[in-house]
Ligand binder design. Structure first.
Ligand code: ADP
Length: 326
């Protein structure tokens, strides 16, 4: 090796050595900070969302039900008032309470919560499939259908890089060195040290998971997993359980998942939701795992996933004492 190349080699070695040291030192430093101190480092600045402000699925359903009851009561009051008005028609044929008539035009919300949708014959095929799969799971994995786990899961609609939580899952590629979609967003928000730490992981196989620091993210850790390309339920299921297992190994309490593989990797959204919900439910029931963690958050970025989860969550995580109507 010529003297020139030797210098380049030493220079690069120095930079890499320095960077290697940087991520380790910086990871330890950031993790030791108080939450107030860490907040000064967030790429998203003030736009973070505290995990305690993300309601559980149980809380969300209850508040939607309350809203529905209130709107039904409001509607009934308006109808009663209208009836009274009709009865109060004066001799000239004019109604004596026009203001009430005006109020009656206020739109009311008649939308039924999906917890009530039990009309099996009207179910779309993907709901029928989930119900059938869940019945099989109950038998095969000896699940306790009466165990209410609706306060162990949450839905968060928005950008996963804003969540102030123990861990966010990255739907990464095998290199773990960044890509498009949620992967790109997480790398951009975490900063270069995530890339440098991930380099030391030496890649990740499909269905496996690797843990790194969150650096400039509000999340303390990034759990990178590699989903299947196309519809491979076993691999997708392993993504969820590998991440959850890492969470436990690190004694962490909360984790947020994006809809793994449903973007560029092309997993159909309803089938992916089926696997995600059942895998999490099975894992929570295994060895009392639900007692060891606080919350598993499903982070939904697209409207279509919000619509799907709203219909599928009540089947696998019913709220209240009753098991799901299957
Ligand atoms: P994959 O390669 O595993 O398919 P993608 O990143 O293409 O991963 O998509 C996975 C899911 O992540 C999709 O539902 C996509 O809409 C969602 N997504 C993209 N950006 C974000 C983000 N910033 N926060 C949460 N979810 C996101």
């Amino acid at each position: 090796m010529g003297i020139f190349w030797w210098h380049i080699y030493l220079y690069m070695g120095n930079i890499l050595g320095q960077n290697m040291k940087d991520w380790k030192v910086e990871k330890a430093r950031i993790l030791a900070l108080t939450v107030e101190e860490r907040r000064k480092l967030y790429t998203c600045r003030e736009e973070f969302v505290k995990i305690e402000n993300v309601p559980t699925w149980a809380e969300q359903v209850k508040s939607e039900e309350e809203k529905q009851v209130n709107s039904e009561e409001e509607k009934k009051t308006v109808e009663d008032d209208e009836k009274n008005c009709a009865e109060n028609v004066d001799v000239g044929g004019e109604k004596s309470c026009d203001s009430v008539k005006d109020d009656a035009t206020t739109p009311t919300c008649d939308v039924k919560t999906d917890t009530e949708s039990t009309a099996v014959e009207n179910d779309p095929d993907w709901i029928k499939q989930l119900k059938a799969d869940f019945v099989k799971d109950i038998e095969e994995f000896k699940l306790d259908a009466k165990l209410n786990l609706s306060s162990k899961v949450s839905v968060f609609v928005g950008d996963i890089t804003k969540l102030e939580i123990d861990g966010i899952v990255n739907a990464a590629n095998n290199s773990l060195l960044g890509g498009g979609g949620v992967d790109g967003a997480i790398h951009r928000a975490a900063g270069k040290l995530l890339y440098l730490e991930n380099k030391t992981h030496d890649g990740c196989d499909d269905g496996e998971a690797k843990l790194s620091g969150g650096y400039h993210l509000p999340a303390k850790y990034v759990v990178s997993t590699v989903g299947p390309r196309g519809e491979h339920p076993d691999v997708l299921s392993r993504c969820y359980t590998s991440c959850l297992t890492l969470l436990l190994e690190k004694s962490l309490k909360n984790i947020a998942f994006p809809c793994i593989s449903t973007g560029v990797y092309g997993y159909p959204n309803t089938a992916a939701c089926n696997v995600a919900l059942r895998s999490v439910r099975r894992w929570l029931e295994e060895e009392g795992n639900h007692e060891k963690i606080d919350k598993v958050v499903f982070c939904l970025f697209l409207q279509k996933d919000q619509d799907i989860y709203k219909k599928m969550l009540p089947i696998v995580f019913p709220v209240g004492p009753q098991p799901a109507k299957l």
